[in-house]
Design a protein around this ligand. Structure first.
Ligand SMILES: Cc1cc2nc3c(=O)[nH]c(=O)nc-3n(C[C@H](O)[C@H](O)[C@H](O)COP(=O)(O)OP(=O)(O)OC[C@H]3O[C@@H](n4cnc5c(N)ncnc54)[C@H](O)[C@@H]3O)c2cc1C
Length: 437
């Protein structure tokens, strides 16, 4: 018997989000041959936001999703909304000048704002969007000094007013943990129920008449004289343009596989506890923001209702591993010893897409195909924004996307060696974290 095709063989483990999501209507697979202005491959935030913005521009999009909307990272992430890139704004200024840092900062702020706009426009109350801020909690004085310097630079050079420095006592009051030497509060950040946000977007675009087909992998994408032809198991789509919105799952079929070589997929894992007793719940993260550490192998945590959710590096390779979840639980109990006897209710993971220059990319790769991908683990807000820029490119405009320009996309050299390389770098980072450096 032939092995199952890639898009059928990967099943996502049940998550807190899938267990608590508002239902999404049935979206039948494409049957027969059809036409559209723009064919979008992938129904995560990137694809659905692109569909929304294209329709706003008067263009007719169609969305093809191999699994179901939200099956990828958009339905499995931590729901932390931050205005940042993996590379810091001072580092961008040092390498590319202050005007570029300013443009990237404005893009990051626009990204967090657009989530609120879409939630409000489509009435996605179930997304439980909060803008309660994020605490970056420092595990040593060196990383604290770095975080403070960055916050001061943002205030002095870009006029940022969202960051404030916290001492060790304030971080203890914020987190309920005495494991940190200080930190920085970013008041502009927030949290969301990621799958409800995704379902709300999908319901929104479908109810305005946009076709979204689940169970419809784009198997092949061919350039034709006047556009593209996309083959799926049940039919074809002819479109003037195509958008590749498949991010770290771009290797599911040959239609999008080529783009995977611009990404380094990295498994990110999340655990969620059983509901805490009221006393315990009051002792953990009492300010109910989102929280990150300054360690290289960054871990983050937040309360969702009365559960703790805690995320960080997952297993290497294609599948989850019990050892990676145990390591996360140990890290959680290290920060919150009071959770030692609290059982876990959910364990799940997904792939984040790292890029060589640590920023995502958006724009045309030729006269018919556009991409947006490579969110480096910070894509809830950014991928929502990329839909707006993709629609602008589709209209023939040239939005200023700063360093995110798709022309800057680079293939990962020695691509087949990326897994051992990631393993080696991650091992070294873990060692440095473990010895407190
Ligand atoms: C565990 C985890 C935690 C994260 N936490 C956060 C966080 O807290 N905050 C944050 O900002 N970011 C976070 N991220 C990153 C964020 O989730 C992603 O950057 C974002 O969801 C990317 O959205 P997307 O639409 O580009 O891709 P995805 O949501 O991955 O969607 C891609 C879709 O394309 C489909 N597809 C692939 N190939 C084909 C094909 N050939 N034909 C049709 N469909 C296809 C897939 O089935 C998939 O549904 C996290 C990611 C993970 C995995």
């Amino acid at each position: 018997m032939n092995p199952a095709p890639a898009w059928q063989s990967l099943e996502a483990a049940p998550s807190l989000w899938s267990a608590t999501a508002a239902p999404l209507r049935e979206l039948p697979p494409l049957k027969g041959d059809t036409q559209a202005d723009v064919a979008i491959i992938g129904a995560g935030y990137t694809g659905l936001s692109a569909a929304h913005h294209l329709a706003e521009s008067g263009l007719a999009p169609i969305v093809l999703e191999a699994n179901r909307p939200g099956w990828g990272a958009s339905g499995r992430n931590g729901g932390v909304i931050t205005a940042k890139f993996r590379v810091s704004f001072p580092a961008i200024a040092a390498a590319h000048g202050k005007p570029m840092a300013r443009r990237m900062y404005d893009i990051a702020i626009e990204a967090t704002d657009i989530v609120a706009e879409l939630v409000s426009l489509y009435g996605i109350e179930a997304a439980q969007l909060t803008r309660s801020g994020q605490v970056k909690a420092a595990h040593n004085h060196e990383t604290l000094a770095y975080a403070v310097k960055e916050a001061e630079w943002l205030r002095a050079e870009l006029g940022d007013t969202t960051m404030s420095v916290l001492d060790a006592g304030q971080v203890r009051e914020e987190t309920g943990s005495s494991g940190f030497v200080g930190g920085v509060l970013n008041a502009g950040s927030g949290g969301i129920h990621p799958l409800n946000y995704l379902h709300g977007l999908a319901e929104g675009v479908v109810s305005r008449g946009i076709q979204v087909h689940a169970g419809t992998p784009a198997l092949r994408l061919r350039r034709e004289r006047d556009g593209v032809l996309i083959e799926t198991p049940g039919g074809t789509v002819r479109a003037k343009q195509a958008i590749i919105a498949t991010n770290s799952y771009s290797d599911l079929t040959p239609a999008t596989r080529d783009y995977q070589s611009t990404l380094i997929p990295f498994r990110s894992a999340i655990i969620a506890t059983e509901p805490l007793s009221p006393n315990l719940a009051a002792s953990v993260m009492p300010t109910r923001r989102t929280y990150t550490e300054t360690k290289r192998m960054m871990r983050w945590f937040r309360m969702v209702d009365d559960r703790v959710i805690f995320g960080g590096r997952g297993a290497f390779g294609k599948a989850d591993s019990p050892a990676a979840f145990r390591a996360l639980q140990k890290a959680m109990v290290g920060i919150f010893p009071q959770l030692a006897d609290v059982p876990l209710a959910y364990r799940w993971s997904g792939l984040v897409a790292m890029t060589l220059d640590s920023v995502p990319h958006v724009g045309p790769v030729d006269d018919r195909v556009m991409v947006a991908m490579g969110y480096n683990g910070a894509g809830v807000a950014m991928s929502s924004l990329m839909g707006r820029y993709l629609a602008a490119f589709a209209r023939g405009e040239q939005p200023d996307v700063g360093l995110l320009d798709a022309a800057r996309m680079r293939r990962v050299p020695f691509y087949p060696l990326r897994e051992p390389a990631v393993r080696m770098v991650a091992g070294w980072y873990q060692f440095l974290d473990a010895i407190g450096r």
